[in-house]
Design a protein around this ligand. Structure first.
Ligand code: PEP
Ligand code: MG
Length: 561
């Protein structure tokens, strides 16, 4: 028996035989075409349109954020600039295969050179090129194998198209060699509730057919397990399944302290799933996700309908809607199209909205109209607020439109450090730990090379959370968490100990977080938070808290192990 370590996503556990991802197709040879340019062009058109259609269909089947990712991929496949590049090579005498391979590689290099959000999309191009090549060659696209029995999938990383369509009856668990907790694979795995350990550096030592236990809660893959280990893993998996179907009670600590468990949503149609999973409301509705592909600002009527549909799903419940957060990894053509060297530090979030105040005013109008027509408790908040002055600006504007609860996101260290003054004006704060970690650690959240810094367990990030929690407590104002950190069950306990009064997360994380926080009293959560704050780094904080938590006497009968 040996153990491989990585980053676990969620609390799941599973065991089964390993099947490794099918390898990529070899690159084509640069031989001249014998078919002629017209025929080669036609072959490419047919292959590209089939691939784009398949990606769109996969997206429709998957729903959620997978759909957005796959639709974006389908659009890249059919991008006219890319088509022109392919045609130019064919006109110069290339085969369809070589033209696709070479043009996609050139496009990839261009995107990488641009960097930022577009640079991140570069890897997606490889997946699309492979699919088009497979179609041209009449072979299966490389990707998830289908061995005809349930298996544990081992891959370097998964393309979004693969993660989205994983057959959950067959794929028992996922192990990736690359990727961190905020990678695409991790986000989609969390959303689909797949047992996953990512960033397992030694993952490729695993061979087809060997049995492993994948324990996401410990971030460990056990090879060659004993019968006892396997039995225990099976029992834990069964217990989790029954916890998943258990009644979805509101979030509460072991001493009865309520901690509302809310959902992060990107579109209104995701609301019913969140309700079914017991979300007590919405802690973050990312409005920009509705308009990522729009070239023009949405109309008031268009927006009002979307917000109305969302609010109608939560009568009497709190729904926190964030005004457009455009910029950096989420540019909106109608808000920020200027090139910036450093877009994460540029005109993004509230800064971009202020520069186009008419768009902000229209959004607030639409929100106020949807609020008047529905029975939810609407709260609005602004992203990327860095100063007290911005807080005053946004909250005053929101109130001008009759929106009664107006707050700010704390994602920039400056606003965390002045949280007492920010909260003197805002009705609430919601901490976006993804950006707060990025800005505290000076590590681009989109960049794999600095992913090791992107860890919200870092005591520097936790100190900032404490600043906001303390300010909220002394002013009697709610402090929510809506970054990915809230979906990590043990970190969620620490965040509560630092003063968070609600936690908002991908709906699939709700049951794990609900169950974990119910095991600790507020006093225990505070003492675990002190332990995390006393560590030197993120790994030290997590390990020390895990050890201290395991040593605490049980506060409540556990429903799963
Ligand atoms: C965050 O930064 O933590 C957050 C919730 O906002 P987003 O991930 O949309 O930037
Ligand atoms: Mg953010």
């Amino acid at each position: 028996m040996s153990e491989l370590r990585g980053v676990g996503i969620g609390l799941g556990v599973a065991h089964g035989p390993v099947v490794r991802m099918t390898e990529a197709l070899p690159a084509p040879e640069s031989t001249p075409s014998t078919l002629g340019a017209d025929a080669e062009r036609e072959r490419v058109r047919e292959a590209v349109s089939v691939v784009a259609r398949e990606l769109t269909e996969r997206g429709e089947a998957a729903g959620g954020s997978a759909q957005e990712v796959l639709e974006a991929q389908a659009m890249i496949a059919e991008d006219p600039t890319l088509q022109d590049e392919v045609d130019a090579r064919i006109d110069a005498g290339s085969t369809a295969e070589w033209a696709v391979h070479d043009a996609f590689a050139g496009f990839r290099a261009t995107l990488e050179a641009v960097g930022g959000y577009l640079g991140e999309r570069a890897a997606d191009l490889d997946d699309i090129a492979q699919r088009v090549l497979a179609r041209l060659r009449g072979v299966d696209a490389p990707g998830v194998p289908d061995p005809g029995h349930p298996f544990v999938l081992v891959a370097r990383d998964l393309a979004p198209a693969d993660t989205a369509l994983l057959n959950l009856d067959q794929v028992l668990a996922l192990i990736t060699v690359d990727g961190g907790p905020t990678s695409h694979t991790a986000i989609l795995a969390r959303e689909k509730g797949i047992v996953a350990v990512v960033g397992v550096a030694d993952g490729f030592t695993l061979t087809n057919g060997e049995t492993v236990i994948v324990d996401a809660s410990a971030g460990v893959v056990t090879t060659d397990p004993t019968d006892d280990d396997t039995q225990r893993a099976a029992e834990r998996a069964a217990a989790r399944r029954s916890a998943d179907t258990a009644p979805k009670s509101p979030g509460v600590l072991a001493d009865g302290t309520p901690i509302a468990l809310l959902a992060n949503l990107g579109k209104p149609s995701d609301a019913p799933d969140a309700v079914e999973r017991g979300a007590e409301g919405v802690g973050l509705f990312r409005t920009e996700f509705l308009f990522l592909s729009s070239s023009q600002a949405p109309t008031v009527a268009q927006q009002r309908e979307a917000y109305r549909e969302l609010l109608e799903a939560f009568p009497g419940k709190k729904v926190v809607v964030r005004v457009l957060d455009a910029g950096a990894d989420k540019p909106l053509a109608f808000l920020n199209d200027a090139h910036e060297e450093n877009p994460a530090l540029g005109l993004r979030g509230l800064r971009a909205l202020r520069a186009s105040e008419d768009i902000l005013r229209e959004q607030l109008t639409a929100l106020a109209e949807a609020d008047a027509a529905t029975a939810a408790d609407l709260w609005v908040m602004a992203p990327m607020v860095a100063t007290v002055e911005e807080t005053v600006y946004f909250t005053a504007l929101a109130r001008e439109y009759g929106l009664k609860t107006a707050g700010v996101m704390v994602e920039v260290p400056a606003s965390a450090l002045l949280a007492d003054r920010v909260l003197a004006h805002a009705d609430f704060a919601s901490i976006g730990t993804n950006d707060l970690t990025q800005y505290t650690m000076a590590a681009d959240r989109m960049l794999g090379s600095v992913a090791g810094f992107q860890n919200p367990w870092h005591p520097a990030v936790l100190r900032l959370v404490r600043e906001v929690g303390s300010a909220g407590a002394s002013l009697g104002k709610p402090v929510g968490i809506c970054g990915e950190a809230a979906a990590d069950p043990l970190l969620a306990v620490v965040l509560v100990g630092l003063g968070a009064t609600s936690l908002s997360m991908a709906p699939s994380a709700l049951s794990d977080v609900r169950q974990t926080i119910s095991r600790y009293t507020l006093e225990q959560a505070r003492s675990l938070a002190e332990i995390a704050l006393a560590a030197d780094d993120a790994a030290g904080a997590r390990d020390a808290v895990a050890e201290a938590a395991a040593a605490l006497p049980p506060q409540k009968k556990e429903t799963t192990s």
